[in-house]
Design a protein around this ligand. Structure first.
Ligand code: GUN
Length: 283
């Protein structure tokens, strides 16, 4: 058996088309959705992510602001800029690309973003709202995964879900979203004993650990849905996920590829959140 592939590029194009129409409708009311992205330092992967986010905004008819700071910038400068963006009514979404350099208190930076403009959904108030089942902004990567599951008609009610990875960005919010859809959710992590015991039970397996090809076909239940959130590079410099696609696709029923899977959906849902924030301003 070869798994059905969820094409993140195709789904992204479809959703971005709908978003562009909504952005155009908002423009007739005199509002252009605007995302401000802050990047500190020169991490090449972060620089690429921010560049892609800003480019995606422009393509969808949204405005974007990109502020780049040197790796040794005084955090006070960044806090002052966030305060300025919070107060600017023409800015609807603000994101600070993570990770930040060590001399930053990342939690304090995230808390300084106005919760109404926190399109990443990382502010404690928004994390709390998500936990309570009443989210204001859904974090972009888990939001994209939910869209992919929906598009592939993967049954959620009562499904055994195993998430590998417990990050604030993916693992934890992913668990909340799937729990809200009545899945039975297990979160595994680097200290979990017998990882394969857990993964082999999963109807839906979400890999979000950041280790190249660590989930192999023998760790997957036949017919399972496998969602690969990882973006890694092989020793040869080739992009790959946390899942060993070649062996996994022979066992899984449905699978997402890397590249062209979850990655494009993350940016798409960032656009969705920014647009949503702008639409709330129009009400
Ligand atoms: N770093 C890795 N993923 C993300 C994300 O979704 N948002 C931000 N701001 N930083 C990240």
């Amino acid at each position: 058996m070869t798994a059905r592939i969820i094409d993140g590029n195709a789904l992204s194009a479809e959703v971005r088309g709908q978003l562009a129409e909504r952005a155009a409708a908002l423009k007739t009311k005199g509002i252009t959705p605007c995302l401000a992205a802050i990047l500190v330092g020169e991490d090449p992967a972060s620089a690429v992510y921010v560049r892609n986010k800003v480019a995606a905004c422009e393509k969808a008819g949204m405005r974007s602001i990109k502020d780049v700071y040197a790796v040794d910038v005084d955090p006070a400068v960044v806090f002052a800029r966030i305060a300025e963006l919070n107060a600017d009514p023409s800015v609807h979404g603000i994101l600070v690309q993570l990770p930040l350099p060590k001399h930053f208190d990342s939690a304090a930076v995230l808390e300084s973003i106005s919760p109404e403009k926190d399109v990443d959904g990382f502010h404690a108030e928004n994390v709390g709202a998500l936990m309570q089942g009443n989210p204001r902004f859904i974090p972009c990567t888990p939001y994209g995964v939910m869209k992919m599951l929906e598009s592939a008609n993967v049954p959620l009610k009562g499904a055994e879900v195993v998430i590998v990875g417990r990050s604030n960005i993916v693992g934890k919010p992913m668990a909340m979203l799937l729990l809200a859809q009545s899945c039975t959710v297990t979160i595994c992590h680097s200290q979990s004993k017998d990882l394969a015991f857990h993964t082999r039970r999963a109807d839906i397996l979400v890999a979000a650990v950041g280790r190249a090809k660590m989930i192999t076909g023998d760790m997957i239940k036949p017919g399972a849905t496998v969602i690969d959130v990882g973006i890694n590079r092989t020793a040869e410099g080739k992009l790959c996920g946390d899942v060993d696609f070649e062996t996994a696709k022979e066992v899984a029923g449905v699978i997402t590829p890397v590249p062209g899977g979850v990655g494009p959906m993350t940016i798409t849902m960032l656009l969705a959140n920014t647009l949503e924030a702008a639409e709330r301003c129009a009400k």
